[in-house]
Design a protein around this ligand. Structure first.
Ligand code: GTP
Ligand code: MG
Length: 370
């Protein structure tokens, strides 16, 4: 295949030839500055040196995929907000999610799938909201590591009888770092020692300023246990979403991210995905991480079969070749051939990276003993 001389590569990176030779050596590749290395090795050493590899002459399946998805254009339309719930231990995150699921998610009929899925959407008179169930989840870490954003709004749950605690502060820092706006749910207001004003006061110290104090953060008193204030909380989320003017192309091939996945004995690989762009339909061919397949069936959060899923809507996908990882991207492609090629090339690349890493580790062992 294609190759590049080490000295030329060093030149492109504005590095000394020796530095590239050293990095290659660490990876277990012996080459002098006058020797050629293949493009895959070059890409790996470039990454190893902390640069991003962009190969202009690449004509592999992945590039074809990028070219094709890059072409997708269309009219953007408003889309529902995707919300995650965060907060300190025992402040009521699960209770809130359970209350919403119990009271606001349309009930499925018998005969659907019964699996609990890690995301759901609720329909309110003022609009649709999607909730992700699992903030501590692998999908979030994987997305964060890539600098990609999964959520539009964070609902910060603070117990009115306990106030701001370490994980409350962590959530605030996370929201700030990822530039995601907060809506605060002051929970457990049914308790006799609840003190919502103390929560508002304590949040000031962390520069989270309630609207009541002239700030721009909506704070809604709720009881996840009794259902008090839940409709107001949903309204506040939708109001925040309006400010964000969230949009996506709807009339296009779908793309999105895997929220969770599993292997079902009877149905095979199952993936809960969040559609972020386009419309995912039954019969679509897709690449999903290192897996591929054709959508055999789609299910909503209440286990009912659906024909399609639009932006911000979570859905369970059947028909993949294997179980993808949480945090993997998925993208719909025109035909099965391309889906298969991309998935297989990714798998090969992943294997190769692993082998090169292992070789590099062995080389370091040898060096350590010298
Ligand atoms: P972790 O997942 O452990 O971080 O906790 P969590 O934030 O999910 O809290 P969870 O929903 O499990 O609630 C903790 C406890 O508080 C449970 O005993 C709930 O019943 C109780 N609780 C939650 N919300 C309310 C509320 O609005 N009022 C009252 N009185 N109790 C509540
Ligand atoms: Mg919980």
């Amino acid at each position: 295949g294609d190759s590049i001389v080490v000295a030329d590569l060093a030149n492109k990176l504005a590095l000394k030839g020796g530095e590239v030779v050293k990095a290659l050596f660490k990876m277990g590749v012996m080459a002098t500055i006058n020797q050629s290395i293949d493009h895959d090795t070059a890409a790996l050493v470039v990454e190893e040196l902390g640069h991003t590899a962009v190969r202009a002459t690449d004509t592999d399946a992945e590039s074809t995929l990028i070219a094709l998805t890059g072409e997708i254009q269309g009219e953007v339309e408003p889309r529902p907000p995707v919300v995650t719930i965060m907060g300190h231990v025992d402040h009521g995150k699960t209770s809130l999610l359970d209350y919403l699921r119990r009271t606001k998610v349309a009930k499925g009929e018998a005969g659907g799938i019964t699996q609990h899925i890690g995301a759901y959407h609720v329909e309110t008179p003022k609009g649709v909201i999607s909730f992700l169930d699992t903030p501590g989840h692998a999908a979030f870490s994987a997305m964060r590591a890539r600098g990609a954003k999964l959520t539009d709004v964070i609902v910060l749950v603070v117990a009115a009888d306990d106030g701001v605690k370490p994980q409350t502060v962590e959530a605030i820092q996370h929201a700030r770092a990822s530039n995601v706006p907060l809506v605060v749910a002051i929970n457990k207001i049914d308790k006799s020692d609840a003190n919502p004003d103390r929560v508002r006061q304590e949040l000031i110290q962390h520069e989270v300023l309630a609207e009541e104090f002239g700030g721009d953060v909506q704070m809604v008193p709720i009881s996840a246990k009794q259902g008090t204030g839940i409709d107001e909380l949903l309204d506040a989320i939708l109001l925040q979403a309006e400010v964000l003017e969230l949009t996506a192309v709807r009339d296009a091939r779908a793309a999105g991210v895997v929220i969770e996945s599993s292997l079902d004995k009877g149905r095979g690989p199952m993936a809960t995905v969040l559609v972020q762009r386009g419309t995912l339909k039954k019969g679509d061919y897709l690449v999903c991480g290192t897996q591929y397949g054709r959508v055999r069936a789609l299910f909503d959060e209440s286990g009912q079969q659906v024909q399609e899923a639009t932006p911000s809507i979570p859905v369970v996908v059947l028909g993949l070749s294997g179980v993808p990882d949480a945090g993997d991207d998925f993208v719909v492609v025109e035909d099965e051939r391309l889906a298969k090629d991309v998935a297989q090339q990714r798998e090969a690349k992943r294997r190769e990276t692993r082998l090169v890493k292992q070789a590099g580790n062995r080389m370091e062992d040898v060096l350590a003993q010298m």
